[in-house]
Design a protein around this ligand. Structure first.
Ligand code: SF4
Ligand code: ZN
Length: 732
C-alpha cells in the first residue's frame, strides 16, 4: 500500500475517532453512561464492533470502552512516525475507523438524526440495515441471482452518468448502496433529480449522505457471517475470512477522495472488498489480504462497472430477452401506479389467466409467439383494460406433467423482470400492468409472449426443448380457455394433496445455502418444503432434472426407523456426508430431538414454550416481543448457522399446515401462540387441518400479539379458552 494512502487512512482514522469521542462525551453529559441503545431489528448490538471484538455495546458507557479499543488499533499520526506507515497500520486504522463510524451512527440515532433526511427533497435515507434484510436476501445471494453488492460512494460527474452506472449495476442484479458526497453532491441526489425510484424494491438503497454512513452496508455484510456462517462475536479472523470468501462486495468511489474515504476504504479492504475509483489514485496490488487489486482506477464511466466486476471476480449471468425495455431481477419489485399505467389485464377488472401446458414435440413450434384476437393491435393502442389469456406450451424429451406448475410459477418473474411491466398473482387470479413509459419504448403484447418464450427456455433448458406462447385477447376465447385451465388447476391441486411422504421413495436435499452455512442441508419431502419457502419437493425434482449435479440431490429414503419422529436410514446416511459430519441423524417430524438444522433464511421460527406445553411461531419481519421473551431477531441469532437446536427450528411458512408438522410432538394442536400475520395468511388451510385434528376452532384458541406477548398472560389466555395443548402429554 502506498505510503501516501496509508498516511491519509491513518489521518482519517484519528479525525473520525476524535469526532466520535466528542459526540459521545456530549451525549454522556446530556444523558448518562447507563443510557441504553440498540439499532433497529438486530441481534448483534453494534455489529462491526461485536463481530471483531465480541464486546456487546449496550450503553453509552460501553461505547466509550469500544472507542478505547478503536484507539488501541491506532498507530501514531504519520508525522510522528517518521513516514513509515505500512499496510498493517493502515488496515488497523481502517477497522478503527469503522468502529468510530458505528459509534457515530448509534449516537446519531440517539439524537434523532437517523435515518438522515435530505434537506432539499425531504427524501428519507434507509439508515441502519436490519437483520431481516439479510435473511430476506439470503436466498438470492446463495442461488446466484444476486451476484453481489456495490457500495457507491460520492457523486458522478453528472446526472446522466450516475443513471447509466446505476442502471448497469441493476441490470446485472447487483444490490446497490449509496453513501457519501463530493462537495454536497451525491449519486443519491443525482438520481432523485432524475426521478429514479429508490429503495429496496429497485435495489438502490441510499443509506445516508456522508462517508460515515458507509458503515451501514459494511456492518450489514458482517452479519452474513454471523447469520449464515455461524461465526461468533470476537472471531475477527473468522469474520474477515468469511466476508472475503463469501460476500461479493466492492466499492465504486466516484469523485475525489479525502482522508475519511481512504480510512473507510482501508476498513473495507480489511473485509476483502476492493474499491474502483474514477480518479487518479495509485493502484494497490494484492498484498496478502486479497488476491486481487485492492484499489484500482477506471476513468471511463462506461467501463467502471465492468472493471469492478472483474476486480472482485463476480459471476454475472444475465439472460435478457429481446425486448425494448431493460430486463433483470432488479426490476421485479418495481410498482406501476394507476397514473403511470398504460394498460392492465386481470386483477378482477378483466378476464385473465396464465397456463403452462405440456405438449408433444411435433405439436408446437419453438420460439413462436401467436396473438389471437380481432384487431388486437388497435385495442392495445387505446390502452385502458383488456382481457388476456397467456398459454405457454412446452415440449421436451425430459418434460413431465408435474413440471407444468413449476414452470408456470416462473411466469411471475418472467414478466415482472421487464422494466415498466408489472405482474401479480398466478393462474386465473393474475394481474398485469404495462406502464406509459414501457409503451413509449415500444413494448407490445408480442413482447409479453417473447419474454415467456425466451425465459422459459433459459430457465428450464434441460427439460424444455420447445416453447410456444399464445396470447388470447378476445373475451370469448379467454373465457373458454380459462374454464379448461381451471380444470387442470383443480387436477393439479388434487394430485399435490395426495402427494404424501409415504407415497414416494425419494426425498430431495437442498444444498444451496451451503455457500453461506456450510453444514446446513434442507431435507425436502412432499409434505415439508425448504425452510426459506422457495423450494418444495416438486421444485427440487425439476431442479434435479435440469441440473443433475446442482444444489438439489435425490435422497433415497431408505428404511423407516421411526414413523412417529420421521427418521429414515437413507436420510441419515446422506446427511452425514452432505453436512461434512456435522449432522449424524435427523428427525423430520419433531422439534425435540435432532430436528432439522437451520441456515439463516427461514421464513418462520418455531420455539417451544415449556410453561404452555406447546410451541410458538413467529415470522421474519415481525419486530415485536414473543412469549419466550425474545424477539425474532434474537431468536434467529441462536437458531441459524447450520446447527441442530432442539426446541428451536427455522421452517417455511406452509409447513405449519402440513400433516407432518411436528407430527411426532402432537402436531398442529401444539401451537399456542402465532403472530396475527401468520394466522391471517394461513387461516383457510389452518382451519381445515384443525378440523381434521378434531378441533375446528383451534385458531381462535391460539394467542397472538394482540392478546399477549409474555408467557404469564399467555397461560391465562390458554386456560380461559381451554387450549388442547394444556391437556396433551408433556413436551419435556
Ligand atoms: Fe437454503 Fe433450504 Fe431454501 Fe435451499 S431450501 S435455498 S437450503 S433454505
Ligand atoms: Zn438458507
Amino acid at each position: 500500500m502506498s505510503r501516501i494512502i496509508a498516511s491519509a487512512a491513518i489521518r482519517g482514522a484519528h479525525k473520525v475517532i476524535q469526532q466520535a469521542e466528542d459526540m459521545l462525551e456530549r451525549a454522556i453529559t446530556e444523558r448518562d453512561e447507563g443510557f441504553t441503545f440498540e439499532f433497529p431489528d438486530t441481534a448483534y448490538y453494534l455489529p462491526m464492533i461485536y463481530g471483531m471484538t465480541g464486546f456487546a455495546v449496550k450503553t453509552l458507557g460501553d461505547m466509550r470502552v469500544a472507542l478505547g479499543m478503536a484507539k488501541e488499533l491506532l498507530h501514531p499520526e504519520p508525522e510522528e512516525h517518521l513516514w513509515k506507515p505500512y499496510l498493517g497500520e493502515a488496515l488497523d486504522s481502517g477497522m478503527a475507523t469503522l468502529f468510530a463510524e458505528e459509534v457515530i451512527m448509534a449516537l446519531r440515532y440517539i439524537n434523532g438524526l437517523e435515518p438522515a433526511v435530505d434537506p432539499e427533497t425531504g427524501y428519507i435515507y434507509n439508515g441502519f440495515i436490519t437483520d431481516t434484510v439479510q435473511r430476506n436476501l439470503g436466498i438470492q445471494l446463495v442461488d446466484g441471482t444476486m451476484p453481489g453488492f456495490a457500495a457507491v460512494i460520492g457523486a458522478a460527474p453528472d446526472g446522466d452518468t450516475a443513471v447509466r452506472i446505476i442502471r448497469e449495476l441493476q441490470e446485472k442484479n447487483i444490490l446497490i448502496f449509496l453513501s457519501g458526497h463530493v462537495n454536497g453532491n451525491s449519486v443519491t441526489k443525482q438520481l432523485l433529480r432524475k426521478g429514479i425510484e429508490l429503495g429496496w424494491d429497485t435495489r438502490i438503497v441510499p443509506v445516508g449522505p456522508d462517508t460515515e454512513h458507509t458503515i451501514y452496508p459494511l456492518n450489514w455484510s458482517v452479519r452474513a457471517s454471523f447469520i449464515f456462517g455461524g461465526r461468533k462475536g470476537g472471531d475477527f479472523k473468522g469474520h474477515l475470512k468469511y466476508t472475503k470468501d463469501r460476500v461479493f462486495a466492492f466499492a465504486l468511489v466516484l469523485g475525489e477522495l479525502d482522508d475519511l474515504k481512504w480510512s473507510t476504504g482501508a476498513g473495507a479492504i480489511n473485509m476483502g472488498y476492493p474499491a474502483v475509483c474514477d480518479t487518479d489514485v495509485p493502484v494497490i496490488h494484492p498484498t496478502g489480504v486479497c488476491t486481487y487489486e485492492e484499489v484500482d482506477k477506471e476513468f471511463d464511466h462506461s467501463k467502471i462497472v465492468q472493471k469492478a466486476i472483474e476486480v472482485r471476480g463476480l459471476k454475472i449471468i444475465v439472460e435478457k430477452p429481446p425486448i425494448p425495455v431493460a430486463y433483470g431481477p432488479a426490476f421485479e419489485g418495481e410498482r406501476i401506479r394507476k397514473e403511470d399505467m398504460f394498460i392492465e389485464f386481470g386483477g378482477t377488472r378483466t378476464l385473465s389467466f396464465e397456463w403452462v401446458r405440456m405438449r408433444e414435440m411435433e405439436e408446437i413450434e419453438d420460439g413462436k409467439v401467436i396473438i389471437v384476437g380481432n384487431n388486437w393491435q388497435e385495442r392495445y393502442e387505446q390502452g385502458g383494460q383488456m382481457p388476456l389469456g397467456i398459454v405457454v406450451d412446452v415440449a421436451g424429451r425430459k418434460m413431465q406433467k408435474d413440471f407444468e406448475s413449476v414452470i408456470e410459477r416462473k411466469i411471475h418473474s418472467n414478466i415482472n423482470e421487464a422494466q415498466g411491466v408489472w405482474h401479480m398473482g398466478q393462474r386465473d387470479i393474475n394481474w398485469m400492468r404495462i406502464s406509459h413509459n414501457a409503451k413509449k419504448e415500444g413494448f407490445t403484447l408480442e413482447h409479453l409472449g417473447i419474454i415467456n418464450a425466451v425465459m422459459t427456455h433459459n430457465r428450464f433448458r434441460a427439460i424444455v426443448d420447445k416453447v410456444q406462447v399464445t396470447i388470447y385477447t378476445d373475451e370469448a376465447d379467454v373465457l373458454s380457455l380459462q374454464e379448461e385451465a381451471r380444470k387442470v388447476y383443480r387436477e393439479r391441486d388434487q394430485r399435490t394433496a395426495g402427494l404424501v411422504d409415504e407415497a414416494v421413495d425419494i426425498f430431495y436435499s437442498c444444498l444451496l445455502c451451503q455457500s453461506f452455512a456450510p453444514t446446513h442441508v434442507c431435507v425436502i419431502s412432499p409434505e415439508r418444503l425448504g425452510l426459506c419457502g422457495a423450494f418444495n419437493w416438486l421444485d427440487c425434482k425439476a431442479a434435479y432434472e435440469i441440473d443433475p449435479t446442482g444444489g438439489n440431490q435425490p435422497i433415497p429414503k431408505g428404511e423407516l426407523i421411526d414413523a412417529r419422529y420421521g427418521r429414515y436410514t437413507g436420510i441419515d446416511e446422506y446427511l452425514r456426508k452432505a453436512s461434512g459430519g456435522a449432522v449424524e441423524t435427523l428427525n423430520l417430524y419433531t422439534i425435540m430431538q435432532n430436528p432439522m438444522t437451520s441456515c439463516g433464511c427461514f421464513e418462520c421460527i418455531i420455539a417451544i414454550v415449556p410453561e404452555a406445553n406447546g410451541v410458538m411461531i413467529v415470522q421474519r419481519g415481525h419486530t415485536g416481543m414473543t412469549p419466550v421473551g425474545m424477539k425474532f431477531s434474537t431468536l434467529a441469532g441462536s437458531v441459524g448457522g447450520g446447527t441442530q437446536n432442539p426446541g428451536f427450528m427455522g421452517i417455511g411458512r406452509n409447513f405449519i399446515v402440513s400433516k407432518k408438522f411436528l407430527y411426532g410432538d402432537g402436531g398442529i394442536k401444539r401451537i399456542v401462540w402465532m403472530t396475527k400475520n401468520l394466522k391471517e395468511s394461513l387461516e383457510e388451510a389452518f382451519g381445515k387441518r384443525a378440523a381434521e385434528e378434531g378441533v375446528p376452532d383451534l385458531l381462535d384458541k391460539v394467542a397472538d400479539e394482540t392478546i399477549c406477548e409474555d408467557s404469564e398472560r399467555l397461560l391465562e389466555f390458554l386456560t380461559s379458552v381451554g387450549h388442547p395443548a394444556l391437556e396433551m402429554e408433556p413436551l419435556l
